[in-house]
Write a protein that binds this ligand. Structure first.
Ligand code: NOJ
Length: 758
């Protein structure tokens, strides 16, 4: 205690010496000056070490409301905090905890620069909304924006002012566990969703206490890890980089995103963290991004393992020169950057540039006016888990569900007089529906499917587990142990199924089977669940299969045999209510797949916007020399954009009219079913001949349309150069005249078609 007081006294003394020695006023503390003036003033007062300190980010390191650290890195981190050598921390959460670290930075360090507090608010903070891939399936940009707004509201009340989201990596590979965290396989949909999420998190005014910094990640190419194995090598061509990978990042900048995170992977031989082309030429050069770039966790250090840096100092040199502004947990900048500047290996102007970017966001957040603005414990209590947040999560969950199959209108279920068998470990699970990336959510806080169904009291429900999905209690860090053998509960499940009118089987992946580090080579139902499904089917064919999963699964057997299949992902806190309301028809599903579902693993990576190749069709019967498999079709089982409704929609009268700025496409949409519903009308184009070959179809517009029974609407799209052009291999955006096909429909497959000349 004594030491602490002495230290405080010392830092106050130093502070007053500095302030007295300045001839001018301390502008950075005065809100009457603009952000630039304040940043420059502060920068001019900082030592080199203090500047480098702003580029250093530490993980939370001790229970700050409890005893202080005493040894090792913990003590070092704490010391650094007081010395002004930490610019940001992550994984410190809760108003009280954040207040405690902020207090050290602001009240004990020489210049009192507040910290930015980062956290992975990926799909909510404590109240969870659906995993991002599920939200993408809603194609509902307003709802997605609102979901991000709610996440920001809760997180900011718990002390956080920076989320490491959205993940805007396009991915075509269902083996990659992190597809759950993104918006799927399409750059256009991904860009729209990236914008919605950035706007949702950051709001109109970052200085409000309920908005937080967003972070577009992982720049770049991370979703193209070879063979879907996380962290693996990425080797993509220029056209894919420019036209598929980059657009959602660029869209994030257009939406005003303040931060970027680089990525673990190498891209064409150079780790993204040390990649000058990505960070300086493209991001800060061509795109003029004026926010800052944080490394991924330890990714500066990992350049040694990549074989790109000989030691940590070398890694720091490469990363700083390449444009990584902040070091997350590599200790590389705080340890070596000062020497590197003194040795002339890193120009101090680059350090100033990085620090300027970081400080600017701190001023924009309003942290210099009130460093404790996110640390109101009363607000935290009122906001976290509150009704508006839970309501938004339920709304988003319903919108995220995709009806994959509904033979003979088995769904929706009647609300009375039905004897329902509910089968599956996941049906009663209150933790797994929270999904991966849920660090602040408590276990057992999701509404299970069983609980959701029990709200409808007029039917008889009998539950049988059938088989465990996972063994033990899976967690965020370790590999999930899947039940591969135990079928001892099968017989009970079959007994229950036999007596039922309809069987609701809830099967799929455990919430921790997708996410970071969770790649899979097999995409079927994990463990003994496929066998369970087949055995139950043998006694009762009237099955509704409800899927919980964080990635596309292989569902070929189910598609052939099971009459109704509902894709319910991991829907978060309100999961069970959302699923029950859809099963009973209180909510008519309108979700559409943001990723193609393969027929088998051998097709992966699989995506709708593939290239035609030189040999797209069989030259003749029994001739093999065309682009195909001997043993499987080329197309998806459930294509991108697919999703059914309890009503039916009819498309007709597609018409293209030239406009001064491009073309107008109109189509007629009619609800020909027996209830109101929503349809995602999708517009695709094909640039038939181009200097760089174009995909057979590219999504270029979509509209979420509500129609009551028998209602008809004319749906209008406008295609301008922005939609009709593409990036050539010199990185230039070009629009080439010639023939374009236009397709409109309710999926990437079911479409009506026309064409026009540009
Ligand atoms: C590593 C992940 O790749 C990144 O997305 C995340 O934000 C950081 N860890 C921090 O948790």
């Amino acid at each position: 205690m004594k030491k602490r007081v002495q230290l405080l006294f010392f830092s106050l003394l130093t502070y007053s010496v500095i302030s007295c020695s300045q001839t001018d006023e301390i502008k950075y503390k005065n809100p009457k000056y603009n952000v630039n003036q304040r940043v420059e003033d502060l920068l001019s007062r900082m030592t080199l070490d203090e500047k480098i300190g702003q580029m250093n980010q530490y993980n939370g390191f001790w229970n700050v409301t409890g005893p202080a650290p005493v040894q090792g890195d913990q003590a070092k981190k704490y010391k650094h905090l007081r010395e002004g050598l930490v610019g940001s921390m992550l994984n410190v959460r809760g108003a009280a905890q954040v207040r405690a670290v902020q207090k050290v930075a602001v009240e004990e360090s020489r210049l009192g620069i507040p910290l930015i507090i980062g956290f992975d608010v990926i799909h909510g903070y404590e109240t969870l909304s659906p995993i991002p891939l599920a939200e993408a399936a809603s194609w509902d940009l307003k709802a997605i924006k609102k979901s991000a707004e709610m996440a920001a509201l809760e997180a900011s009340a718990a002390g956080i002012n920076w989320t490491f989201a959205p993940m805007v990596d396009v991915s075509r590979d269902a083996r990659w566990g992190r597809v759950m965290e993104g918006a799927g396989e399409d750059p256009y949909l991904g860009s729209q969703i990236a914008k919605a999420r950035v706007q949702g998190f950051q709001g109109e005014d970052l200085s409000l206490h309920n908005t937080i910094l967003a972070c577009a990640k992982h720049f770049a190419g991370y979703g193209f890890a070879e063979a879907g194995r996380d962290y693996n090598t990425v080797d993509v061509g220029t056209s894919t980089l420019n036209n598929i990978i980059f657009p959602p990042f660029k869209a994030s900048i257009d939406a005003g995103v303040k931060t970027f995170m680089n990525s673990f992977n190498e891209l064409n031989g150079v780790p993204a963290t040390g990649n000058t082309f990505l960070q300086r030429t493209v991001l800060k050069g061509e795109w003029q991004f004026d926010g800052f770039v944080v490394s991924d966790w330890g990714s500066i250090m990992e350049m040694m393992a990549h074989g790109h840096a000989k030691d940590l100092k070398h890694a720091a040199e490469i990363a700083a020169n390449a444009g990584s502004d902040m070091d997350m947990e590599s200790y590389a900048y705080v340890g070596h950057l000062s020497d590197l500047v003194k040795e002339g290996k890193v120009n101090e102007a680059l350090i100033d540039d990085a620090v300027r970017r970081i400080l600017t966001t701190k001023f924009e957040l309003g942290l210099f006016e009130d460093p404790y603005k996110y640390c109101d414990e009363l607000r935290e209590k009122q906001v976290v888990g509150s009704k508006p947040v839970r309501d938004a999560s339920l709304d988003m969950a319903k919108k995220s569900i995709v009806l994959l199959k509904n033979q003979d209108d088995l769904l929706p279920l009647a609300k009375e007089g039905v004897n329902i068998a509910v089968i599956g470990d996941l049906a009663a699970d209150k933790t797994s529906p929270l999904g991966s990336w849920r660090i602040a959510a408590k276990d057992e806080t999701a509404v299970s499917v069983l609980e959701g169904l029990q709200v409808y009291k007029q039917n008889i429900i009998t539950y049988a587990k059938g088989a465990d999905v996972a063994l033990g209690e899976p967690n965020f860090i370790t590999e999930v142990q899947i039940n591969q053998n135990d079928k001892s509960d099968f017989s009970e499940a079959k007994k229950v199924a036999k007596k039922a009118d309809v069987v609701v089987m809830v099967l799929g992946e455990h919430g921790f089977q997708s996410g970071e580090g969770r790649s899979r080579t097999k995409l079927g139902l994990p463990g003994v669940q496929q066998e369970l499904l087949e055995e139950v089917y043998a006694v009762n064919k009237n099955i509704v299969l409800v899927l919980n999963n964080g990635r596309p699964l292989v569902l070929s057997w189910a598609d052939k045999h099971i009459p109704a299949i509902l894709e319910a992902w991991q829907l978060g806190t309100q999961s069970g209510h959302a699923i029950a309301q859809v099963l009973y028809g209180d909510y008519n599903p309108s979700g559409k797949l943001p990723m193609s579902f393969p027929r088998n693993e051998g097709q992966v990576p699989l995506y709708y916007n593939y290239k035609n190749t030189g040999r797209p069709v069989a030259p003749g019967k029994d001739v093999v020399f065309w682009s195909h498999y001997q043993d499987q079709k080329n197309d998806a089982l459930y294509p991108f954009g697919h999703g059914l409704s309890y009503t039916k929609f009819e498309y007709s009268d597609i018409k293209v009219t030239p406009l001064p700025e491009g073309v107008e496409v109109k189509v007629n949409l009619k609800n020909i079913g027996d209830r109101a519903g929503k349809e995602v009308v999708q517009l695709y184009i094909r640039d038939v001949v181009a200097s760089v070959t174009r995909p057979v179809k590219e999504l270029k517009g979509f509209k979420l349309v509500s129609l009551s029974k028998n209602e008809e609407k004319s749906i209008r799209f406008v295609l301008t150069n922005k939609e009709l052009g593409f990036y050539n291999n010199q990185g230039e955006f070009v629009v080439e005249p010639g023939e374009f096909s236009v397709f409109v429909g309710g999926s990437s497959k079911t479409v009506i078609e026309t064409s026009f000349e540009l």
